[in-house]
Design a protein around this ligand. Structure first.
Ligand code: SF4
Length: 283
């Protein structure tokens, strides 16, 4: 198991990624955080994590998927024209939010110029703009916008994560990449289990990725598997009082075409808050 940084990126404007522990706001890792270099490493490190904070740190330095490592770092060097003057995060985007949430929001993967740039999930892209505005209206986020890590935004009784922690080309991870990343999700579910009451899956990919990991952590899931749809609601039949909700992904395409609207998002997150018994008051 490697306990050093492989492919340590350089500092400065041409850096391929932000070095762990170098002062980036909300960076959960340090230069001593062990690096997963393979799917087997992910499995071992995720299983051994002792807290949700340690898990986030481990996720944030993972290098198990060669194609995604190459892509996320290439994007961080080339950058979008409008962000040329910025330093990109260029690392996996870890789970983020409160440490003992009653609600978990599960997305697909970070956006190349969103989370892969800012280092925080759903932060700095159009999907996040729509999502955070809804969370704020529903009393689940402290601010209506999420622009950069360290901007003061925080979630209320809620945590966010992704089925795949690295930005994939065309937003399409392979099955092997999804499976390599799955132990991080299973470990997050296990760590959050005591307080977690509702999981909101943003899109079909997240919905599909969730069920095997719930089973991995010993949850009884409905049979046949519930069908994804906006507002789909599935209560787990076992002794963990947990409900899974489906929500159309607030992607640019879905919001531009009206497939998902502000009202539709608010309806799902309002229902999620009701199920979670989440704190109403904004801190
Ligand atoms: S997608 Fe997941 S498993 Fe693959 S390199 Fe990124 S964090 Fe690691």
């Amino acid at each position: 198991m490697p306990e050093r940084e492989r492919g340590e990126p350089s500092q400065g404007p041409g850096a391929k990624a932000v070095p762990p522990g170098s002062g980036w706001p909300e960076d959960p890792a340090t230069s001593a955080t062990p690096v997963a270099d393979s799917a087997a490493d992910v499995h071992e490190l995720a299983a051994g994590a002792k807290s949700i904070e340690e898990l986030a740190a481990l996720e944030s330095v993972c290098r198990a998927c060669p194609r995604l490592v190459q892509w996320r770092e290439q994007v961080a060097v080339e950058k979008r024209r409008s962000f040329q003057s910025e330093t990109y995060w260029g690392r996996p985007v870890p789970g983020w939010g409160v440490e003992r949430p009653s609600m978990l929001i599960l997305g697909l993967a970070p956006a190349a110029h969103g989370g892969n740039r800012t280092g925080r999930i759903f932060t700095g892209d159009r999907s996040g703009d729509v999502l955070f505005a809804s969370l704020w209206r529903c009393g689940l986020a402290s601010q209506p916008t999420s622009v950069t890590a360290g901007d003061g935004q925080h979630l209320i009784s809620t945590r966010m994560t992704a089925a795949v922690h690295c930005a994939p080309p065309d937003n399409k991870p392979t099955v092997a990449e999804r499976d390599a990343c799955a132990p991080w999700l299973a470990a997050e579910l296990a760590a959050l289990r005591p307080d977690l009451r509702v999981i909101v899956c943003l899109g079909h990919f997240a919905w599909q990725a969730l069920w095997p990991q719930l089973i991995m952590v010993g949850v009884s899931v409905p049979r046949p598997r519930p069908v994804f749809g906006h507002g789909a609601e599935a209560a787990m039949p076992g002794d963990w009082r947990l409900t899974v909700l489906g929500c159309y992904h607030p992607s640019q395409q879905n919001t531009f075409t009206g497939k998902v609207t502000d009202g539709m998002l608010d309806a799902v997150f309002g229902r999620a808050r009701e199920l979670a018994g989440a704190a109403q008051a904004r801190r």
